[in-house]
Design a protein around this ligand. Structure first.
Ligand code: GLV
Length: 309
């Protein structure tokens, strides 16, 4: 079996050699620009090349090396019959929880403020935390969102989750559908975004929605840059309704040097690292699914084209 390793990442060798070890009978072919079609029916992809589907017309299944499949779904030439399979958890959910907790605690326990006070050699205990004043809302309650919400619930914050369809997670108040969206936003002070990027979720973090959060709100965004309307974030911060934002993802990555977010003290930036695809876990999961697919077995994580995730 030929497997095309379709990635524009800078150092694919480690991944390719791990795949070769996991699937010794397969021929793993590295994507090369301007090469003829490989005839592969299976691809493993991350940051995929633009010409992937237009050139590789035999592809029947593509395994994404990350959770978000938006980059694959927007490529030209993708046929309805090609299965797209996303990475499921593989060690990412716990990283998402860590990231969200860190950003939440930085705000709720005044850690960011204490960092500034230390610069001024100022000993100034801030008011004690009252958890009831920190209702957290998690947008998207798939594997990532549920793990984030559960971790926050375990620290006794009032936490709710919003998803398209109903999802019950112990200790987490559940909201769903567009009809419950405003109610969810209105009870939330710290909004954590773990949504997949789809046409419906594009621009969901806009002034109208952020303006519905409780006063002195915070945004933690770990989905995709396109969820956020960047100029709206600045205006909601300027109005003082939002106190701060922690952003891991951006419309343009790397974030351009002259982008105003870099120097805005209200915004904390990380370079799309909230949850990395871990090589061992990722290769093990994908190789296992490739074996199942070869045997004609059902595989989990197949993306619904209607839903876009
Ligand atoms: C990371 O952004 C992923 O989609 O896995």
């Amino acid at each position: 079996m030929k497997i095309l390793f379709a990635s524009t990442m800078s150092e694919p060798d480690v991944w390719m050699s791990m795949l070769r070890q996991a699937l010794p009978d397969a021929q793993i072919i590295e994507w090369q620009d301007d090469a003829p079609p490989t005839g592969a029916e299976v691809a493993v992809a991350w940051i995929p090349p633009d010409q992937l589907f237009e050139r590789e017309t035999d592809l029947r299944v593509v395994f994404n090396m990350g959770a978000g499949v938006d980059a694959l779904l927007k490529l030209p030439g993708l046929r309805d019959s090609t299965k797209i399979v996303r990475l499921e958890d593989a060690g990412m959910a716990v990283q998402m929880a860590e990231y969200a907790l860190h950003a939440l605690l930085r705000a709720s326990r005044s850690f960011a403020h204490y960092e500034q006070l230390q610069q001024q050699k100022t000993w100034s205990p801030q008011p004690d935390i009252r958890r009831s004043q920190w209702p957290v809302g998690v947008l998207g309650m798939g594997k990532m969102g549920s793990s984030v919400a559960s971790a926050i619930a375990a620290l006794d914050y009032p936490v709710a989750g919003w998803s398209r369809s109903p999802r019950e997670v112990p200790g987490v108040q559940s909201f769903h559908g567009s009809e419950q969206f405003s109610e969810f936003l209105g009870r939330t002070r710290v909004l954590i975004n773990t949504l997949p990027l789809t046409p419906e979720t594009h621009g969901v973090l806009n002034a109208r929605n952020l303006g519905q959060l409780r006063p002195d709100a915070y945004l933690i965004s770990m989905g995709r840059g396109e969820h956020l309307v960047e100029e709206d974030l600045i205006s909601v911060l300027d109005q003082g309704h939002l106190k701060g934002a922690t952003l891991d993802v951006f419309v343009q990555e790397p974030l351009p040097q002259d982008h105003p977010f870099w120097t805005d003290k209200r915004i904390t930036i990380t370079p799309h690292v909230a949850a990395a695809s871990l090589p061992e876990e990722t290769v093990e999961q994908i190789a296992g699914k490739i074996r199942q697919w070869q045997k004609g077995q059902e595989i989990s994580g197949v993306v619904s084209r209607d839903q876009g995730y």
